[in-house]
Design a protein around this ligand. Structure first.
Ligand code: PLP
Length: 386
């Protein structure tokens, strides 16, 4: 089966992890700060806080921005559930903003309309979580303008988007947001096995997230309620978690990051190949906004179901039968049973639901070769009788 995504691990990656295994520190050593510095340099942020997953990063990002019971946060229905769950962990109330049918990102026009109404009703959100679907940035400039007008904070869920750019600048530099989060799960663009990171330019947010990822415990006397009892002394000043990244993960991350540009270039090449080879079939290839340079985590096609007798489910099944590990990113979050229990219902976000009826993620990963891509293309052509 050709997977939809797969990590690319070299001997150099392996050696760097083995070096850490033989060193003094498996956790809480010098490698995590090195990885954080490498990420900050790569994306152009002042701070980077590495944690054990993007989900953890999203959680402490929400907490650092003060999200709590009685607050509201908004995100897109077309995302992995973690982008929505993170605010529920804080006890806040969720709502969604429907997607733009071209980019599959949260639609800034719908956002504006929803904000106008929320202002009238006194129900404005405290935080917006903007997800860069497939690696293509949301319209962060428009979101930034709205965040100032309506007074909400912005987290970019850039789990798909490391190595991508918006208006020529690296995603993660937080020019238009408070915090950006990346994921290093093996299907993503670079991997640390499990792992994630939060970038920010605000020192107090970095300090807050640093506390929250490690039990809310500090050894910094300036943060303590009284002077230390002795050199052993620490204080717990918040309720934090153990969300730390290990030294092994950080070493793998540093090694992987060296090939980031190569990975993203290869993804673009493959995407261009699909664009050309699929252009005559009744489907829509990923539309790219001129302001965007995508990380291309995913290559999602949308079937023009009105132009063909073959159903979405049938295309999906036949691709799988041909040994092609297609996927569907994502089931609209508000249609999940857990979210239906919270009061959401099908029909509330029609663009997201239409997308779900038509979308298929094709295999895309840096070690994918021409023969594998040809197999995907031929299979689709055969399905459509071409
Ligand atoms: C993968 C993913 C996450 C979660 O990342 P983990 O590192 O697995 O916790 C969150 N949001 C989006 C959009 C993702 O794709």
């Amino acid at each position: 089966m050709i997977p939809y995504g797969r990590q690319d691990i070299t001997q150099r990656d392996i050696d760097s992890v083995v070096d850490v295994l033989k060193s003094d520190f498996l956790t809480q050593g010098p490698t995590v700060p090195k990885f954080e510095q490498a990420i900050a340099n790569q994306v152009g942020s002042r701070h980077a806080l590495a944690v054990n997953s993007a989900t953890s990063a999203l959680h402490i990002a929400c907490l650092a921005l003060g999200l709590g019971p009685g607050d509201r946060f908004w995100t897109t229905p077309i995302t992995f559930v973690a982008s929505a769950n993170c605010g529920l962990y804080c006890g806040a109330d969720i709502d969604f903003v429907d997607i733009d049918p071209k980019t599959y990102n949260l639609c800034p026009t719908q956002l504006e309309r929803k904000l106008e109404q929320a202002e009238r009703e006194g129900r404005l959100p405290k935080i917006l979580i903007a997800v860069h679907m497939c690696g293509q940035s949301c319209d962060m400039e428009a979101i930034n303008v709205l965040s100032k007008r309506y007074g909400f904070r912005v987290i970019e869920d850039a789990s798909h988007a490391i190595g991508g750019k918006f208006k020529g600048e690296s995603i993660g530099n937080c020019r238009f947001s408070d915090i950006t989060v990346f994921s290093f799960h093996p299907v993503k663009i670079v991997t640390t096995a499990e792992g994630g990171i939060a970038t920010t330019n605000e020192p107090h947010l970095a300090a807050r997230m640093s506390l929250l990822r490690s039990h809310g415990v500090t050894r910094d006397p300036s943060l303590m309620t009284r002077s230390p009892d002795g050199p052993w002394y620490y204080q717990q000043i918040e309720l934090g978690f153990n969300y730390r990244m290990t030294e092994l993960q950080a070493a793998l991350g540093i090694s992987q990051l060296k090939r980031l540009d190569e990975f993203v270039c290869k993804r673009h090449e493959l995407a261009k190949g699909y664009d050309t080879k699929l252009s005559k079939l009744p489907l829509v290839c990923p539309w790219q906004h001129p302001d965007s340079y995508s990380g291309f985590h995913l290559y999602v096609i949308r079937l023009k179901t009105s132009e063909s007798k073959v159903s979405h489910g049938e295309v999906f099944k036949r691709l799988r039968n041909d040994g092609i590990g297609v996927q569907l990113h994502y089931i609209p979050v508000h249609t999940q049973p857990y979210y239906q229990e919270l009061g959401f219902s099908a029909g509330q976000f029609p663009e997201a639901e239409r997308y779900y009826q038509e979308a298929i993620s094709l295999p895309l990963f840096p070690t994918m070769d021409e023969a594998q891509q040809e197999h995907v293309v031929t299979s689709l052509q055969r399905i459509y009788g071409k």
